[in-house]
Write a protein that binds this ligand. Sequence first.
Ligand SMILES: [Zn+2]
Length: 337
Amino acid sequence: MKELITPVILLICSLFSAFAQTVHTLDFDSDNIYEVQPGDSLSEVAKKFDTTEEELIQANGLQSTALLAGQKLKVPFLYEVQMKDTIGRVAERYGSTAELIKNANKLSSPLLQPGMIIKIPPKKLAMQGTHILMTKEEFKEWLFNSKISRKIAIIQHHHTWRPSYAHFKGNNHFQLLNSMEHFHKSKMGWKTIAQNITTFPDGKIAVSRPFNMTPEGSIGAIANAEGITIENVGNFNAGNDVMTKEQKDAIIYVTALLCLKFNLIPSVDSITYHHWWRYKTGERVLDNAKDYEVKSCPGTAFFGGNCTKSAQKYFYPLVVQKMNEIKKQLHHQPFPE
Ligand SMILES: [Zn+2]
């Protein structure tokens, strides 16, 4: 079969070469993405693409070396330099950096000549332990490429209360994550940090607890069973921290991406606030509890309030709008599972 298929593919390729440029500028590019096959190990994938396990871990924000079939990995690949290519443009197009490309190809000059074959290694993510710190765009790609084996049906929103904005210094994301992790393990007796996701006042997003682990503590077993927990750094009770625009955007963006990834329609059943759950029993009470039975989390001023009406009026519509924007950007491609 192979002998027959190859000429056909070649013909198709030459017919469509005029479109190659367009294809290369799309977000989803297959040259630098490898889809994990059943039985693949990280060491085998590393060998196959002439790289190391460590590089794949850092490029893909992997929290473990175990792979799941269907998961997508960014890998180094060989590229033939085209007319008008610059190292910066190639780096940007393929999620690399000029420095990485220079080093990988032992280039003494950043000037590229058409026809040169160069190796393009993927950019590394900022990681410490299982904490991965990302921009919104990096998180989108990380989530697209991930494969999650458990069912996710509820996105939970919290505020950290402490740490609040006073504790955020602009560059101490990992320090705050590590101290939350330490507190959750040593004081609460949990396996690791309770939350899957943390958002920061500067709009950065961290993934900490692996998505394949249910969240611990906080709302309780019922909400956690099919939950993803988001802790938003700050104290959003009225009169305290005023949420930055960057963090607002990050919260809306993350929630919209999760809804798309897990096929959720924003409602009180799919996007929940800690305030709606009785903290002693873990039962959902929505707005029908005495103040002392529930926490104010994610804050009485979180997107206009912490009751179901404020979520429906001030939060869900923003999430729906963002979901539509993202879907349009994807050029009508189905959202990768
Ligand atoms: Zn909470």
